[in-house]
Design a protein around this ligand. Structure first.
Ligand SMILES: Cc1ncc(COP(=O)(O)O)c(C=O)c1O
Length: 466
């Protein structure tokens, strides 16, 4: 305590002189002047990560929360991959910037086998510490207009801004299952793009809507993309979780213009391992090389032990296939349950076809919200959290939606994935999982959805919620 006081005294004294007063003025000036780039003055932390930290803090303090606000796999990493990671812990040398050659070759085989993408070459694969980082570097080196769909994953626009570019938004509609119509894309390109180069960021299967594009959708889209010299960053990180195991990549119909982005965070449940990749077509070699240069000057390489262990995952052996099959069908059953229950009380939703998310719209409660003075989806989510302990992420600007639309992103992954996997294996693979299964293995989701349902019904019946 004494020491602290004497240090403070010393500091204070230095300000009691002429020189001290100058320092004081300079400090004041520094404090009042922003040191941030002008285009980043409104910049905020990733809203999903910040909210997750807040909810986890409340849970740690003992609050009961149905945590539907963060999209992280509930399942454990496959045992064989965990073992492989341990065995490679000694691999401490830097690896080539673009990634371990064997891993890059495996990644190509994997997409050739599962997506029918026979044109991929391992020289065109870049492995990095998460696909997020690689998308960010691409946004930095690309010279041209960036088009982003709305609703959008919460990261694309902030990354675009961070890269010093403006995001051109292309809105989709609930009535179209939140899928972009080629003619709408064409109109936006013609009316808003100023550069002859365009990059569309395309998430398929989509976060936050859970929607997927068919072969016909993609074919029609590719016509507009080719016509308007627009390349695509196709974020297919949820592809392996397609509930019918029927994912179709846009790289199949537009190989020369598609950069395929994926990783092990979702299907292999290894988000914290930080490994993702981009696969460039030979036609976009210039961008590929620039991203590798940027990688060499920023992160050097993805973690070596993780790259060796990932080789095991991309071999896609029997145990991996079975693991993915069970993860997929558990998620499919949970998604269907959420969709059925929410729509049964009038909430608008599109049935998800892959991944961890549903994007319901609580428009039906607008009259009740008017009576309560709830005007925005953030206010709605605050009331929902307060009154039901259900945490969901408000739609609104984070997802490029209007503030007054009552859409939310609900992540239906609040259950013990390890237990659910054992249950699904015991259940056998011939029959789809039942609601009884969900009550036994995914109870927090069931309870949370029932709580939302009751909240909706209470509002519709104009009862004052507890
Ligand atoms: C659509 C989408 N793309 C990319 C990522 C990030 O992936 P990675 O862990 O490979 O950086 C996520 C994670 O939430 C995501 O939802």
């Amino acid at each position: 305590m004494e020491v602290e006081t004497s240090v403070n005294m010393e500091v204070d004294n230095s300000f009691n002189t002429e020189e001290g007063n100058d320092k004081k003025r300079e400090t004041k000036q520094l404090e009042s002047r922003s040191l941030l780039m002008p285009h980043l003055r409104e910049y905020c932390p990733a809203s999903n990560l910040a909210f997750n930290e807040h909810v986890n803090k409340l849970i740690a303090e003992g609050k009961k929360v149905y945590h539907f606000a963060f999209g992280q796999s509930p399942f454990p990493v496959l045992k064989s991959a965990q073992k492989s990671l341990g065995e490679h812990a000694w691999q401490s040398a830097y690896l080539p910037v673009a990634g371990l050659p064997e891993l890059r070759a495996r990644i190509c085989n994997f997409h050739s086998k599962l997506d029918g993408l026979v044109h991929l070459q391992s020289d065109n694969v870049v492995v990095g510490p998460g696909s997020k980082e690689l998308i960010f570097l691409l946004l930095h080196v690309f010279d041209g207009d960036v088009l982003i769909l709305s609703p959008s994953w919460t990261t694309y626009k902030p990354q675009t801004l961070l890269a010093g570019k403006k995001a051109i938004e292309v809105s989709t509609k609930f009535e179209d299952n939140w899928k972009i119509k080629p003619k709408d894309l064409e109109k936006i390109i013609m009316e808003n793009c100023v550069s002859p180069n365009r990059l569309l960021i395309f998430c398929n299967p989509d976060n936050p809507t859970g929607t997927c594009y068919s072969a016909e959708d993609l074919e029609a889209l590719s016509v507009v993309l080719r016509k308007h010299n627009t390349i695509v960053l196709s974020d297919e990180i949820y592809a392996r979780l397609h509930f019918d195991n029927n994912h179709i990549s846009i790289a199949k119909v537009y190989p020369e213009g598609t950069i395929l982005s994926s990783g092990i965070s979702k299907w292999a449940s290894a988000g914290g391992w930080r490994l993702g990749y981009s696969i460039y077509p030979s036609e976009l070699k210039e961008l590929n090389k620039a991203v590798c240069s940027a990688a060499s000057h920023t992160y050097s390489c993805a973690p070596a032990p993780v790259q060796y262990a990932a080789v095991r995952l991309f071999c896609y052996e029997e145990d991996t296939m079975s693991y993915v099959l069970h993860c997929r069908r558990i998620l499919a059953a949970v998604a269907k349950y959420c969709y059925k229950q929410l729509t049964s009380v009038g909430v608008k939703a599109v049935m998800p076809t892959s991944g961890f998310y549903i994007f319901p719209d609580f428009e039906i409660l607008k009259p009740a919200f008017d009576r309560r003075g709830i005007e925005t989806c953030t206010q709605m989510c605050e009331a929902l959290f307060e009154e039901t302990n259900v945490a969901v992420m408000a739609g609104g600007p984070a997802f490029l939606r209007p503030t007054h639309e009552f859409t939310v992103r609900l992540c239906y992954i609040n259950f013990d994935g390890a237990r659910a996997l054992v249950g699904s294996e015991k259940f056998g693979v011939d029959e789809p999982l039942t609601d009884a299964f969900l009550h036994e293995y995914c109870l927090p989701v069931v309870e949370g959805i029932q709580a939302i349902k009751k909240w909706v019904v209470d509002h519709l019946e104009m009862k004052k919620p507890k």
